[in-house]
Ligand binder design. Sequence first.
Ligand code: FAD
Length: 389
Amino acid sequence: MTSYDVAIVGGGAMGSAAAYYLRTLQPDLSVVVLEKDPTYEYCSTLRSDGNLRIQFNLEENIRMSMYTMELLETFADDMEVDGWRPDPAAREQGNLFLVEESHLESAEEGMATQRGLGCEVEWLDAATIADRYPAYRTEGVVGGILGPRDGSIDPHAVMHGLRRNAIRLGAEYVSHEVAAINTAGGRVGGIQLATGESVEAATVVICAGGWSTTLARTAGIELPIVPIMRTVFVVDTEVDTAGLPSIFLPGGTYVLPEGHRSFSMARSLPTDPIGFDFKFSRSGFEELVWAEVVRTLPGFDRLTVTGGWNGVYALNTLDGNAILGEWPALDGLFLAAGFSGHGFQHSPAMGRYIAELITGVEPILDLSRLGPGRIISGEPLFEHAGRII
Ligand SMILES: Cc1cc2nc3c(=O)[nH]c(=O)nc-3n(C[C@H](O)[C@H](O)[C@H](O)COP(=O)(O)OP(=O)(O)OC[C@H]3O[C@@H](n4cnc5c(N)ncnc54)[C@H](O)[C@@H]3O)c2cc1C
């Protein structure tokens, strides 16, 4: 392992999508993916909720979700390798975003953009929600937006489908921790492994999830990406999940039906610790999560926490959106990081875009507004109304 055209740091959903599309677009490109943990125990991809939605306000985010939805239709067939079929187990149970009076305007803007792009979304007033989903009788909201094609997909199937196909097409995966990016004269020269060994590469892509900031710093780049621990709680309730969409409350808590009477619930909290402590604790659930759930959805007044897990959110504190593309002051260094809460569902489109930039192919989606230039100029690209979601 001495010299490659492209070295990708991180082999999660993002790194694997980039490797897959690089080898698809340019089969003679030598591509190595460096992954420090081949078990993927702590990567965000396998700790995500696997939710997929078209309910964004930014056209780029909507189009990336549409790309994934289309890909999923034939994913198992397209990604079959040696008889192994990665079934994304898509569940189109729908996502229902509740709306308070104060956010009605931006919700309507989002709906107009989504419909303008041909997406299916439905406005339900509070009475209709209670009528259609008695378990979701609401308090304090004017209504909600239902994306009937939104839902959940299996992160394991998608990530390993892309990974195995990247390997099938000739990308090399190696188990090594990257310690630093090597640079000289304003451009990238490769990477240095934790073992001290150097690997030459004219192009390096940082896809290291919550670990990206530390790595970029070795190249003199300060990214506004903070690794924040997010806890997901699994609860047993008295509510039957049958026919229910996932529901997103105005304060940020989401409640995902998992089958029978079980739901998962989570929320970004100001108290979420920065760092990599993956030990699950149920402390704070009652005051910080359940309090909002039961205030908005009185039907959830009785439940039991049965488990949960922690994962790392690579939070882009500038605007909550992906940082995608070549760093302007360092030729050959590409970033695909800072996805906050929606990187898994967008990884196929983002991987394709990064591969298009590297190979010089005309991008099928214009994601240039997500480029790293806005980090340098300090100009955020918010989803809506300055909110980071
Ligand atoms: C609890 C939770 C729920 C979420 N729910 C959703 C959701 O419903 N929908 C959605 O779209 N997104 C969701 N997300 C966000 C999503 O998980 C991430 O945006 C996405 O998985 C990021 O993929 P990635 O490949 O960039 O990062 P990761 O999956 O974290 O992969 C990065 C990889 O890089 C490796 N690595 C790091 N540093 C180095 C190094 N120095 N050398 C070598 N390898 C290195 C790591 O080991 C890791 O495997 C959620 C996140 C969390 C934490």
